[in-house]
Design a protein around this ligand. Structure first.
Ligand code: RP5
Length: 163
């Protein structure tokens, strides 16, 4: 199967969170590529990546970044593909800097912004699956199973007093 999702992150240090995006895409059977491309440290590389992404078959970009977190916004400026942003935890503000950088995009250049940290990283993959499911029946089936399984896990939980 072709790679449909590109995961980007601003630093190798972001991988400890963005691995959860990659693992969730794996669980859903969605082929993807992973690249470290900093919007601030390597802007030309980001431009090249985004301008060729659609022609290379990618259909969704997921960008994890911390601090000033320009990566998803810059990507959204460079491609018409849906761009999902994962704000990463930072010591100074707990990730609020990244969250606001991604959510407060000017009208007309959206970044679909998820929660800070691991939950956002997982949900970016699940949301990418929802988008891709519209045009890929096998991903729609995988997503249905994924959701059914997580429901079953919750329903099967014992009384917490017995745990
Ligand atoms: C951002 O700056 C990256 O996404 C990372 O979260 C943060 C710090 O980068 P490093 O100094 O750890 O490489 O661009």
């Amino acid at each position: 199967m072709k790679k449909l999702v590109g995961i980007l992150m601003g630093s190798q240090n972001d991988w400890e969170t963005m691995i959860h995006t990659s693992q969730t895409l794996d669980a859903l059977g969605i082929e993807h590529e992973v690249s470290v491309i900093s919007a601030h440290r390597a802007p030309h590389r980001l431009t090249e990546y985004c301008e060729t992404a659609s022609d290379r078959g990618l259909q969704v970009l997921i960008c994890g970044a911390g601090l000033a977190a320009a990566l998803p916004g810059a990507a959204a400026a460079l491609t018409q593909l849906p761009v999902l942003g994962v704000p990463l935890y930072s010591k100074a503000t707990g990730g609020m800097d990244s969250l606001l950088a991604m959510a407060q995009m000017p009208g007309g250049v959206p970044v679909g912004t998820l929660a800070i940290g691991r939950a956002g990283a997982v949900n970016a993959a699940v949301l990418a699956a929802s988008i891709l499911a519209l045009g890929h029946t096998e991903i729609a089936s995988a997503l249905q199973s994924f959701r059914a399984q997580q429901t079953q896990k919750v329903l099967a939980l014992p009384d917490p007093r017995e745990g």
